[in-house]
Ligand binder design. Structure first.
Ligand SMILES: Nc1ncnc2c1ncn2[C@@H]1O[C@H](COP(=O)(O)OP(=O)(O)OP(=O)(O)O)[C@@H](O)[C@H]1O
Length: 227
């Protein structure tokens, strides 16, 4: 699904990604895990076409990053990208107008399921509610690749599990999910694969079942690899 060869990214003299190689399989849920400043967001920005100035080869579904890859990739942008005065139903309309693969009915059902207030503008929603709304908009696209950069930080633990279950359900429809998070404990039972990244280098890329078998838990493996 995602093929990355010898990818490096410099910000001035600072190296954010350093010779990254990754072959990410189709229809799997992959955690992108690493400490602050490891290069996770930089990698995601390259995959979503937001960063263009890099060295190496990156392909999604055999296409170089561009219009074709953007069509099949649903990415959760940060909150600043949203019209702050829009209410939830206006957000749905915006997505419907913008993305031909947007499933409006599914989004309506998820609005109800997550009890998103319909009368408040985006800017008046709590942090966690904003995150839920953004997530459900992203998940309502019929994309082949979903990329989430730290989607769960403001969400309470019960909703977090519900959202993770929802994300995983997408994968059963043959989508690939790349999820960057610091919440290793919360996601460890939801992931098929884990990428450990540190200082711009891939430290490990393995099946979560293998890592759990070897270290007892994904969290322990994370600590061992990234200490
Ligand atoms: N626009 C930028 N200009 C200069 N340096 C940058 C820029 N963006 C990121 N960096 C640097 O590149 C490195 C990787 O940053 P990145 O945001 O990709 O890390 P991250 O793993 O997403 O971190 P976090 O978990 O804290 O979000 C860091 O050292 C960061 O300071």
């Amino acid at each position: 699904m995602i093929s990355i060869e010898n990818l490096s990214k410099f910000y001035g003299h600072h190296v954010a990604l350093n010779g990254v190689h990754l072959q990410i399989p189709n229809a799997q849920t992959i955690g992108l895990l690493g400490p602050n400043g490891a290069g996770k967001t930089t990698l995601i920005k390259i995959l979503t076409g937001m960063l263009k100035n890099y060295q190496g080869q990156v392909r999604i579904d055999n296409y170089p990053i561009g219009i074709e890859t953007k069509k099949i990739t649903a990415y959760l942008p940060d909150q600043d990208c949203y019209p702050q005065s829009y209410k939830a139903l206006q957000m749905l309309q915006l997505y419907k107008d913008f993305f031909s693969d947007f499933d409006h009915q599914k989004a309506l059902e998820l609005l109800d399921r997550f009890q998103i207030p319909l009368k408040q503008p985006f800017k008046a929603l709590s942090k966690g509610t904003k995150e839920k709304l953004q997530l459900l908009l992203t998940l309502s696209r019929r994309a082949r690749l979903f990329i989430f950069d730290e989607p769960l930080g403001g969400v309470d633990p019960i909703a977090r599990q519900e959202i993770l279950d929802l994300i995983i359900a997408e994968c059963q429809d043959n989508a690939t999910i790349l999820l960057s998070t610091h919440l290793v404990l919360d996601v460890q039972d939801h992931l098929d694969w884990a990428i450990f990244i540190k200082q711009g280098k891939i430290i490990a890329f393995d099946r979560v079942a293998t890592l759990k078998g070897e270290y007892g838990s994904l969290e322990r493996a994370y600590k061992e690899y990234l200490k």
